[in-house]
Write a protein of this length. Structure first.
Length: 557
């Protein structure tokens, strides 16, 4: 019996070994290549019932083999139904009747040369241009409680993020149209913009907006962006015809004259560069074709506001952009629409008392901002409007009641730089509040420290100011204030103390209203902190000493 059992055991063992050696004993099938994922063209061939017509377009335009090669692409893929509708709208019966060059441009418009998932979409322009050169815009839409993504305001994505061997496919229910009109032609084609069209023609800006794209020696394109107004927007401000608009704005009765107010009214709505809504909101101010005039942009939740600013403590409400109707792509730029009429903000130079500690991110710290005795440290990524070289942090500090360590500054707070010198923090740059164009004297008020840097060069918009600043210099309280002023110094605080000093750094001509850059570059060593209190921009015709600063704001004595 034992011998029989041993024989059975060995027979079973031999069978197991045999099965391990020969894969036919199992159901597992091994891949013979590293990746069997199909590429875009093969995917279309495998799903011809839905996408055969786009595959035909690829064959006709000679792009089928291109999309079957290695790469990283994103294809916005129209369904057969979408292409049938496109053929009918084109006045043709078959694809073969369509111009091959147009089909080639159509294919390129539907392809990005990068993998872009829907999670990379913002509510606006996709960051990468299509192979055709035009940008696509995306947005969310809600229909009967169902949310979906719409491309170029018309084509709905019905299936997304299909991964293939050489990229991503998003299926859309409508062919993306190629922009064929210039800015001028597109505006003229819209009846609701007829008053604005006539204003463009009478001022001469129509021809300017009708030019093809060119590139300069630095490869910068001649794209333009324009903020247009519908007839209804004009009517809401009392202008029902072009003539009424001209009567109101044309001060020289010659709109073609660049100095005529109507000409400037139009020029103020034309922005150099290709700026979709997503681009507008990245900067608080944008140049216009009106000489030395800028448009301010502010994003308030989901609303884009034009020229909403606070001057002299008074909020001037902005005009909302019509986001749903904006981002209209043309061959030479993009069109935006606005919900209300707006004018150039004519202003005279006005003093700006820039507290560098008054940053949006610091303001949000309610338990710290201007709270006596509080402080917080920040790295570069924490503050969007402050930049510097070096890995060290900077700090925000608020004086304790009675003066404490840091003295009585403007609102009793300072920005503290641990070492303003090479190897620690250097080239510290602040973005200023909005400064109205004009001529200003720039003063920097600071709390002196015996081991602070002695030679700091300050730059305004990359232009070196005429005088350097020595942060070790204490204020001179024994000299008459007007004598000090003539020497380029003043005591900036009230009550006066020599712990705070202010240095005149130079006179600048601010050429455009907007936000600007001021940079501190240390040319010497430093053994301790540097404390900056206020950066002043005072119009040259203004009193340069009064008002002074206090822990509660400005004082006249």
């Amino acid at each position: 019996m034992k011998i029989l059992k041993h024989k059975i055991f060995y027979i079973r063992l031999l069978l197991v070994i045999f099965c391990l050696v020969h894969s036919s004993c199992t159901n597992e099938k091994y891949k013979e290549s590293t990746d069997e994922t199909v590429n875009i063209t093969e995917y279309l061939k495998n799903n011809e019932e839905n996408y055969s017509l786009f595959l035909d377009i690829l064959e006709i335009s000679n792009y089928a083999s291109f999309l079957n090669t290695y790469g990283t692409y994103t294809l916005f893929l129209p369904t057969n139904e979408a292409i049938d509708n496109y053929i009918e709208e084109s006045g043709a019966n078959t694809l073969e009747e369509l111009n091959i060059e147009n089909l080639q441009e159509l294919v390129k418009l539907h392809i990005l040369e990068t993998k872009t998932f829907t999670t990379n979409f913002n509510d606006g322009k996709i960051a990468t241009a299509t192979m055709q050169g035009q940008f696509l815009v995306t947005g969310a839409t809600n229909n009967e409680g169902n949310s979906s993504i719409v491309v170029n305001k018309e084509s709905r994505i019905i299936q997304s993020n299909i991964e293939v061997g050489n990229g991503i496919i998003h299926v859309i229910d409508k062919v993306l149209p190629i922009a064929t009109n210039t800015l001028a032609q597109e505006i003229e084609s819209r009846e609701e913009l007829s008053i604005f069209t006539q204003a463009l023609k009478e001022t001469g800006w129509y021809d300017f907006l009708d030019q093809p794209i060119t590139y300069d020696q630095d490869s910068i394109s001649s794209h333009l962006s324009i903020i247009a107004q519908t007839n209804n927007v004009f009517a809401s401000s009392g202008f029902n015809t072009y003539q009424e608009l001209k009567n109101r704005y044309s001060n020289l009765d010659n709109p073609a004259n660049p100095e005529d107010s109507l000409n400037l009214f139009v020029a103020y709505r034309i922005l150099p560069g290709l700026k979709y809504v997503a681009d507008l909101v990245t900067s608080p101010a944008h140049n216009t074709e009106a000489p030395q005039e800028v448009i301010g942009i502010k994003l308030a939740q989901d609303t884009v506001l034009i020229n909403e600013q606070t001057f002299n403590g008074i909020l001037e409400k902005g005009v909302p952009l019509n986001r749903d109707q904006s981002d209209i792509t043309t061959t030479n730029g993009v069109i935006h629409l606005v919900k209300e009429n707006f004018e150039i903000k004519k202003r005279f130079p006005y003093p700006v008392y820039f507290d560098p500690g008054d940053q949006p991110e610091i303001r949000r710290l309610a338990s710290v901002f201007r709270i006596p005795g509080q402080n917080a440290s920040f790295s570069q990524e924490d503050l969007q409007d402050v930049d510097w070289e070096g890995s060290n942090e900077i700090s925000y500090r608020v004086d304790t009641p009675g003066g404490g360590t840091y003295g009585h500054g403007y609102f009793a707070d300072v920005i503290e730089i641990h070492r303003l010198r090479d190897g620690y923090i250097n080239n510290l740059t602040f973005t200023t509040p909005v400064i109205i164009k004009g001529t200003y004297k720039i003063w920097v008020s600071y709390r002196a420290a015996p081991s602070a840097p002695t030679n700091v060069q300050v730059y305004f918009n990359d232009e070196a100011l005429s005088r350097q600043i020595n942060f070790t210099e204490y204020g001179n309280t024994s000299q008459p204030e007007r004598v000090l002023e003539s020497q380029g110094y003043k005591i900036p605080v009230s009550p006066q103390t020599n712990r705070f000093n202010s240095r005149l750094l130079g006179i600048v001509n601010v050429e455009s209203t907007g936000r600007h850059k001021i940079r501190f570059n240390s040319l010497s060593s430093a053994g301790q902190q540097t404390w900056i209190d206020v950066i002043e921009f005072r119009p040259i015709e203004m009193d340069q000493i009064y008002p002074r600063f206090s822990p509660n704001g400005l004082v006249e004595e």
